[in-house]
Write a new protein. Structure first.
Ligand code: ADP
Ligand code: MG
Ligand code: MG
Length: 961
C-alpha cells in the first residue's frame, strides 16, 4: 500500500489505525482485487495461486474440531461454526453436542477445483468422525447404537440461499432399528428416519418438497388424523419407504455425509446465494463452512423439545429474555411455523430446572460476547443443549435500549456499548415506520433499500403517479425496475416498490437520494403491465388498490398498518450524548434557513457547516437576480444589486440569531448562471432579452461560469453578499462567521476574492470571522499548500470533488451507468454515497496534508453527503483531518439538480427530514468510529439485516435465512 499522505495525524494513532486504514481500502477495492487474483469461483479461471497451492498440499488442514475453534476464527469457520466452538469453550462440552467444522478454505478449494473434494478432505473427515465417535461413544452406521449427525452450512455472514440443515444423518433400515431399541421408542426412531429421508431428498437432492407433503397429507387422511404428531410408527415407516422411492436413497451413512457436504459447497454457488451476495456486497470467494454435529433429540417425548431464546426482549431490548419453544419437536418445527410455539416463560412451569439453566446460560453468553444473544437450544430427556448463539439482530430502538442498559448494568463500557449499534440502522429511528407492535401479514419481503414506511394506492407508471399526486391521492409506484424516465414518478409517489434489483439499483439510489421509502428486489411481486395488475402470491391487485411498504424493514403488506412517527427517545439522546463526549470530530448541520438551523441544533449540531446562499436568489427574487446578470451596463446592475442587498441581509440576520453564537460557514454564490436565467424559449423571438440569454447559454454549465468564477466576473455580487453578511453580523452579538469561497482551482482566485472580502469586512464593526475555501477540484488538492496561504479553513466539497475527479456527472451517472457498473463489479457502491477512498480519498488526504504544511492551524472540514456515511467518516477520521478539534462535517444534499427542482424547492433538494436523519446518524457514526478499535472482532458489515415486525414473522424469516 502506498504510504499514507495523512502525515503525523496518521502515525500518532499507531498500528490499529493502519489496520482500519487497510480495511477502508479493501472495502472499495475488494471486487477488483478478487478479479485480478483470479480466485473468483468460476471453475474455468483455475489460476488462483494460493488456493491451487493449498490444493496440492495433502497436509492442508481442512477441518477444525469444535473444541479447537473460537470466535476469532469466523473467517475460516463461518459464523455458526465459530460461535458453536466458542460456546463449547465457554459453556463446556456437556452443553454443546460435539462435532467439527469443514473450513471455508475447503469450500474455496472445491470451487476452484475440478468438482472433486480438495485433496485430503475425505481422509480428514474420516479422522474427525472417528474422534467424534470416540467422544460420543457411538459409531456412524452402527446397527446397535448409531451416531447421528446434523450437517449445517454457515458462511462468515448468515446468508439466505445456503443449504438448509439436514438432521438425523446416519439413519438407514438397519440403524433405525438400533435407534428404536436404544430409545425404547419405535415411533421416535421412525419419525427421525422419515424426517431424514424427506430432508435428504428435498434439501440435498432437490426433490420437490410438495411431493413429501402430499404423501404425508394422504397418509393422515387415510388414517383420519390431522396432525403429524398423530401418525404412529407404522404410518411413519410406510411414509419413509414411500419417500425412498422418490429418489435413489443412499443407505451408506458415509455416502450420505459426502453427498450432504458437497450439497453445502454447491449451495454457495446457487442462484439465490449469488444474488444475495451481489446485493450485499459479499465477495464470492469467501466460501461457506460445513458443520457436522452430533444430533440431540428434542422429539424424544414430553420431556424433550426445542426452541429459540434471546438474552433480552428481541423487539424492545428490555432486559427480560424472550423466545419460543415447542415440546416434543426437532429444531426446524419451531421456525417452520408448522406448529404454534409456546412462549419461553411457559418453560418455567414445564421444566423448571431447564428454564433456570437456560436463563443462566443466556446471561453467561451475553456477558461473554458483550452483546445481546440470539440462541437455539434443544432439550433431550430433560437435558439442555445449546446449538447456536449469535449477536442478536434487532430493531434500532432495541439496539439503543440495550446499549443504555448494558452500561447501566456495568456489562459494557460506553465505547463498547456504542459499538454494538449499527449506525446505518438508526435511519429507521428518524423516519416513520410500521408500528413494531402491530400485527399484520407480510405478503412479501424485499431489500430494505431506502428507509421509511409509506402507504398508498398502487400505480404502475410514473405518469399515473404524477397524475394521482396532482389529484391529491397518495400512491406507491410499483415497477419491475426503474429507469431515468421514472424519476418524475418518484417525486409524486409516497414510496417505491420494485421486484428486481438490490440496494444499488436505480430505484434504490434515486429513492435514497430523494428521501423516499423504497423496497426493491421483492421477487414475489409480479408486475403485469399488460393486465394492469400486480400479483403477489395468491393476491391479485389492480392498480388503485392499497399497499404498504416499510423501506427500513423491506416488508410489504396489504393491511392498513399503523405508522409510527419517529421520535428521539431519551435513550437515544443518552447514546448521542456519549458520542458527543467521545468523538473528536465536530459535527455541524447543513442549513439554509433559520428553521433548518433550529432543527439542526436540536439534533446536536455545533453550528452550520454549510449555509448555501442560492435559494436566497430564487423564487420571487429570481427576476432581480436575472436583472443583475443580464444588465447591459453597470448602472443597471448596481441598482438591481442594491435591491437584493437588504433581502439578503435580513436572511443572514435571522440565521445568525438562530445560531445563537454558534459558528456558520456561509458559502458565497456557487450555481451556474443559467439557474437564474429565464429559458430562451420563454422570451419573445428576436427580443434583446432573448439575445442576451442566448449569449449567456453554456454548453456545460456545470463546468462553466459558477463558483468563484461567477464572483470574479461579477464582483458586485460577492461584494453585496459579503456586505450583507457583515452588516447582519455586526448587528448580532456573538455572531461567528466563516466566509467560504467555492470552486477555487487557482491560488490567485482566492487571493483576489480574499482581498475583496477583507476590504468589505473592514467597513464593518465585526471582526470575528474567517475566510476559507471549498476544496472541490483536483487542482486545488494538489496546490493546497499554495491555496492555504489565503485560507483560514478548507472544507472539502467531496461531492463535486468526486464529480470532477472521476469525470462523473452525478445526476446522469446515478440514473444510468451506476447500476450496470455495480453489476459487472467495477464498483461495489456509488462513489457519491461512500467516498472513493483510493482516488478521491487520496486527494482529500493530500489536500489536508499540503494545507497543514503551509498552515498548521488550518481548520479542516468536509461538506458533502459523504459526511453522513459511516465508512466515509471512518476514512476521513483517519485522514489527518481528525486531529483538529475544529473539524466539521456538514451534510450537503445533491449539488446541482436540474433547475426545476432547485427552484421548486427554493434551493433545497432534499427534505429536512432526510438531512436530519443523517445528522444524527453521523453524530453517532463519529462516536462509533472513535471506539471501534475496542471491538476489533465486530463485523463491519451487517449483511442480512433482519428486522422484525412480529415474533412469528421473525421466526419465518430466520427459517428462510
Ligand atoms: P439455521 O441457520 O437455519 O438456524 P441451523 O443449522 O441452526 O440452521 O439448524 C436448523 C435447526 O436444526 C435449528 O433449529 C437447530 O437447532 C437444529 N439443529 C441443528 N443441528 C442440530 C443437532 N446437532 N441436534 C439437534 N438439532 C439440531
Ligand atoms: Mg439455514
Ligand atoms: Mg440456527
Amino acid at each position: 500500500m502506498a504510504a499514507p499522505v495523512g502525515g503525523e495525524g496518521l502515525q500518532s494513532c499507531g498500528v490499529d489505525l493502519n489496520n482500519r486504514d487497510v480495511a477502508g481500502y479493501s472495502q472499495q477495492t475488494r471486487v477488483a482485487t478478487t478479479e485480478r487474483t483470479g480466485s473468483i469461483c468460476a471453475p474455468a479461471s483455475g489460476s488462483a495461486p494460493t488456493l491451487t497451492d493449498t490444493n496440492n498440499t495433502s497436509a492442508a488442514p481442512w477441518i477444525v474440531d469444535f473444541a479447537d475453534g473460537s470466535r476469532e476464527m469466523r473467517d475460516l469457520l463461518g459464523g455458526k461454526g465459530a460461535n458453536v466452538a466458542e460456546m463449547t469453550r465457554v459453556l463446556g462440552a456437556e452443553r454443546v453436542p460435539g462435532g467439527f467444522t469443514i473450513t471455508t478454505a475447503a469450500c474455496s478449494a472445491y470451487m476452484n477445483g475440478d468438482g472433486s473434494f480438495p485433496q485430503g478432505l475425505e481422509q480428514q473427515v474420516a479422522q474427525a468422525l472417528e474422534r467424534l465417535e470416540v467422544q460420543a461413544g457411538k459409531r456412524l452406521g452402527d446397527a446397535a447404537d448409531p451416531l447421528l449427525v446434523s450437517v449445517r452450512s454457515g458462511a462468515r455472514e448468515s446468508m439466505p440461499g445456503m443449504l438448509d440443515t439436514v438432521l438425523n444423518l446416519g439413519l438407514n433400515d438397519e440403524t433405525v432399528a438400533g435407534l428404536a431399541r436404544r430409545s425404547s421408542n419405535e415411533r421416535f426412531a421412525w419419525d427421525s428416519y422419515r424426517r431424514f429421508v424427506q430432508m435428504f431428498g428435498n434439501v440435498v437432492l432437490g426433490v420437490a418438497g410438495e411431493r413429501f407433503e402430499q404423501a404425508i397429507a394422504a397418509s393422515k387422511a387415510a388414517r383420519g388424523v390431522s396432525l403429524d404428531t398423530e401418525l404412529d410408527a407404522e404410518a411413519l415407516r410406510e411414509l419413509t419407504y414411500e419417500f425412498q422411492r422418490f429418489y435413489d436413497f443412499p443407505a451408506d451413512p458415509r455416502e450420505q455425509l459426502s453427498h450432504a457436504i458437497r450439497a453445502v459447497f454447491d449451495s454457495w454457488q446457487g442462484e439465490r446465494a449469488i444474488a444475495y451476495r451481489r446485493i450485499n456486497r459479499i465477495p464470492d470467494d469467501w466460501g461457506t463452512a460445513v458443520n457436522i454435529q452430533q444430533m440431540v433429540f428434542g422429539n424424544l417425548g414430553e420431556s424433550s423439545g426445542s426452541g429459540v431464546a434471546f438474552s433480552r426482549d428481541e423487539l424492545t431490548g428490555a432486559p427480560e429474555p424472550s423466545g419460543d419453544f415447542l415440546p416434543n419437536a426437532q429444531g426446524e418445527d419451531v421456525v417452520s411455523g408448522v406448529r404454534t410455539p409456546r412462549d419461553i416463560v411457559e418453560l418455567r412451569s414445564w421444566l423448571p430446572d431447564v428454564h433456570e439453566q437456560l436463563m443462566e446460560i443466556l446471561g453467561t453468553l451475553e456477558r461473554h460476547y458483550g452483546d445481546m444473544q440470539d440462541t437455539e437450544f434443544t432439550v433431550q430427556d430433560g437435558r439442555l443443549y445449546m446449538l447456536q448463539t449469535r449477536n442478536a439482530k434487532r430493531p434500532a430502538q432495541a439496539a439503543v435500549r440495550f446499549a443504555v442498559d448494558a452500561v447501566a448494568e456495568g456489562l459494557l463500557e460506553r465505547e463498547q456499548a456504542i459499538a454494538t449499534i449499527d449506525p446505518s440502522t438508526l435511519d429507521a429511528l428518524l423516519h416513520p415506520t410500521f408500528d413494531p407492535r402491530a400485527d399484520y401479514a407480510v405478503v412479501a419481503t424485499g431489500v430494505a433499500a431506502s428507509p421509511g414506511a409509506a402507504k398508498g394506492e398502487i400505480v404502475l407508471s410514473a405518469a399515473a403517479a404524477v397524475q394521482a399526486a396532482a389529484e391529491g391521492r397518495e400512491v406507491i409506484l410499483v415497477r419491475s425496475f426503474t429507469e431515468a424516465d421514472d424519476v418524475a414518478g418518484f417525486h409524486a409517489a409516497k414510496g417505491i416498490l420494485t421486484s428486481e434489483g438490490g440496494k444499488a439499483s436505480h430505484a434504490a439510489l434515486v429513492a435514497r437520494g430523494m428521501g423516499r421509502p423504497a423496497v426493491t428486489g421483492a421477487s414475489a411481486v409480479e408486475v403485469d403491465l399488460a393486465a394492469g395488475e400486480v400479483r403477489i402470491g395468491e393476491h391479485v391487485l389492480a392498480a388503485g388498490e392499497r399497499i404498504a411498504i416499510d423501506g427500513s424493514l423491506g416488508k410489504i403488506t396489504l393491511e392498513d398498518v399503523p405508522l409510527v412517527e419517529p421520535q428521539v427517545s431519551g435513550q437515544f439522546q443518552t447514546v448521542l450524548g456519549w458520542c458527543d463526549e467521545l468523538r473528536s470530530l465536530g459535527v455541524r448541520a447543513n442549513a439554509d434557513t433559520p428553521a433548518d438551523v433550529e432543527k439542526g441544533i436540536e439534533l446536536g449540531a455545533e453550528g452550520v457547516g454549510l449555509c448555501r446562499t442560492e435559494h436566497m436568489f430564487l423564487g420571487e427574487r429570481q427576476p432581480l437576480m436575472a436583472a443583475v446578470i443580464m444588465a447591459e451596463d453597470d448602472a443597471a446592475r448596481a441598482s438591481a444589486i442594491e435591491q437584493l442587498r437588504p433581502l439578503q441581509e435580513s436572511d443572514f440576520e435571522q440565521i445568525l440569531r438562530a445560531l445563537d453564537g454558534r459558528p456558520v460557514t456561509v458559502r458565497l454564490l456557487d450555481p451556474p448562471l443559467h439557474e437564474f436565467l429565464p429559458h430562451p424559449a420563454d422570451l419573445p423571438e428576436g427580443s434583446p432579452a432573448r439575445k442576451r440569454v442566448e449569449q449567456l447559454q453554456e454548453s456545460n454549465p456545470m463546468l462553466g461560469t459558477r463558483g468563484v468564477r461567477l464572483g470574479l466576473l461579477f464582483p458586485e455580487l460577492y461584494e453585496m453578499q459579503v456586505r450583507a453578511l457583515f452588516a447582519a453580523a455586526a448587528r448580532t452579538p456573538g455572531a461567528r462567521i466563516e466566509v467560504m469561497v467555492p470552486l477555487v482551482a487557482y491560488e490567485r482566485e482566492l487571493e483576489l476574492t480574499r482581498s475583496l472580502i477583507e476590504r468589505v469586512a473592514s467597513e464593518h464593526a465585526h471582526d470575528d470571522y474567517l475566510i476559507g475555501t471549498m476544496i472541490e477540484l483536483p487542482r486545488a488538492c494538489f496546490q493546497a499548500d499554495q491555496i492555504a496561504r489565503d485560507a483560514d479553513f478548507f472544507s472539502f466539497g467531496t461531492n463535486d470533488l468526486t464529480q470532477t475527479a472521476l469525470g462523473f456527472s452525478r445526476d446522469d451517472i446515478e440514473g444510468r451507468v451506476l447500476a450496470r457498473y455495480i453489476d459487472v463489479k467495477i464498483l461495489d457502491r456509488s462513489p457519491f454515497e461512500t467516498l472513493d477512498t483510493p482516488g478521491v480519498g487520496q486527494m482529500v488526504r493530500m489536500g489536508a496534508w499540503l494545507g497543514r504544511k503551509t498552515k498548521p492551524e488550518l481548520k479542516l472540514g468536509v461538506c458533502g453527503e459523504h459526511g453522513g456515511d459511516p465508512d466515509s467518516i471512518d476514512f476521513l477520521h483517519h485522514s489527518g483531518i481528525d486531529s483538529s478539534p475544529a473539524l466539521h462535517i456538514a451534510y450537503r444534499s445533491h449539488v446541482w439538480q436540474p433547475r426545476r427542482r432547485l427552484s421548486a424547492a427554493a434551493g433545497r433538494t432534499c427534505s429536512a427530514h432526510q438531512s436530519l436523519a443523517r445528522l444524527a446518524c453521523r453524530r453517532l457514526a463519529a462516536g462509533v468510529k472513535r471506539c471501534c478499535s475496542t471491538r476489533p472482532d465486530r463485523p463491519r458489515k451487517g449483511s442480512a439485516r433482519l428486522r422484525r415486525c412480529s415474533r412469528a414473522d421473525a421466526r419465518r424469516m430466520r427459517y428462510l435465512e
